[in-house]
Design a binder for this molecule. Sequence first.
Ligand code: ZN
Length: 319
Amino acid sequence: MATVEDAFTRARRDAVQHMAACEKALFRWGEMAVSEIVMSRAAAAASVVPFTQPAESVSGADWVWWWVDSTSAYGMLVQAKRLTVHQDRWRFDFGYRGRACRQRVNLRSTAASLGLVPVYALYLGTADYRNWQMCSDDHRVGRCLSCVKRSVSLMPALLADPAVVNDYEETYKRSFALEEAWKPSSMPTQVIPALLEQMDPELINFLLTPQAGVRAVAQSMIDGILRVRSGQLDAVSRSDPSVLRGSNHDQLGPVFPDLPLDTGHWGFPYFEHVLDPLQHVPPDYVLEVESQEFDADELASTMPSQVAGVVVVRLSQNG
Ligand SMILES: [Zn+2]
């Protein structure tokens, strides 16, 4: 079996090759084709279970992704969105208008019902298509590998606000390359001091120390949210200790049972939204998928209809 690293590098490389060929031939590449490339290549190192779908539901399909290692598991519901660049304006159809609206609402409600965090897989086209605009502090003029890796990125749905995510700066700030998801972050996490006062030492340690493996994936997600939260003017919500969830520190359930109840600009407790799906152990269906002891139709029947399949990526503990 290929390593996770190799499989995801190849997934991105082949996706970029497809997008480049389409751009050259003036084809508009679609999300479906890129998703097929990414997931079929990921399958060299991950367990990928596509469900048989009624044709009309495929275009808005969401995929369940679980990242698993020997310490924990983190679950996402992922929907693909492509970038359209027009002059300097970047645009994604996040579904705030028109037909995609139902897709957006379904992504959130389905993720909540399955105990997953809703995420967009952003397909950004080739770096040429994005004019090699500065991807990060590591950006290199000339041929920037970080720009190329960004062709397949992930963004928490919470941050997919089309009024703001309309240029390269906000898009890059709010997302990360899929193939970097489990790597320890080189950027320090920004946490508002008033929030730190509401956290137990374990959570502070998780946020402020670069993580590896599954915890790094969860950290990549909360990092972007806390970065955006630092820029919001809303006062930090006080957590009322009487509504804390009882410090249920057992070896099942969420890794961090007591989370700050701050709502920021979003109006609901975003820590729980992002970190509740970080669990000590994955649900049974994930273990069954990994051990190949499952029936795809039976598994599909337990999931909402727009779920197109399940991906399980097992990471080594050291990332
Ligand atoms: Zn770059």
